[in-house]
Design a protein around this ligand. Sequence first.
Ligand code: AMP
Ligand code: MG
Length: 296
Amino acid sequence: MVLKRILSAALFVCVARGERWESAEPHMGTLVRITIYAEEASPLSAAFARIRDLDQKLSDYKPDSELNQVCRTAHDRPVSVSDDLWRVLSAAQKLAAETGGAFDVTLGPVTHLWRKGRLPDRETLERCGWRNLVLKDHTVFLKQSGMQLDLGGIAKGYAADEALVTLRAHGARQSLIAVSGDIVAGDAPPGKKGWTIGIGETGQQLVLRNAAVSTSGDSEQSFQIAGVPYSHIIDPRTGLGLTGGLTVTVIAHRGLDADPLATAISVLGEARGRVLLSKRFQKLIVRTPQNRRLQN
Ligand code: AMP
Ligand code: MG
């Protein structure tokens, strides 16, 4: 009996201290990097397959994605959607209500113009508005024609969460998934308290396990129009990209929360962001151009 216990403890240590496997693949318009400690590398391919599947559902770049099919048809009648699309849209609309529309996945007509380097006109802005997106009984209805949904501010966090679920189901519990600035950590690496994650250019590091961290508002993806650098994050009140240079990092339990919160707080600003987070078990780090120091 004692020997059996020792043997199973030894086996547990062996499994828990599996080899380190790491791989990166392009998905969702960016590079997805996954690191695990496991007996074999195969959980990695299952996790990447899950992310590929989600991209096919949630992308507004792929013409045949589920999202784009819904955008083409859901203004005639309510359209039933997959569980994944339902979960992401439900979380998005909840946050839109909580932020007075600062987080708004109906900004597609505006974001698509920005991608071509063009400022939105009045007609484009009129095709946006989170209240025009109606979710009921697993269906989506768009109150206006010409609406376009854009899940760029939330889909990556959800994809990282789901990759974690897939890795766990394949026995790889010690894992780190980074979908660009949206990172989800599973159990800590062997012998460590957590995964060490660097935040932007500050050199500051977080040590996290079973948590998500998202950073938004970096200037990497900004557009230049008439010499003005605009962020890819849009203020829904004006239809213009942000210019404040704020960088927002949110730590939450799930990527489905951290990702859209980081985007929303970039729009709301630090003070309103702190009020939003005070009701939750989440942490906020904001950097301004004037003060690149981390503030907790
Ligand atoms: P993120 O990098 O997570 O902050 O997301 C930015 C992306 O979200 C943009 O590239 C757009 O696709 C989309 N987006 C821009 N502005 C907003 C907004 N106010 N609310 C929701 N999504 C947005
Ligand atoms: Mg985001």
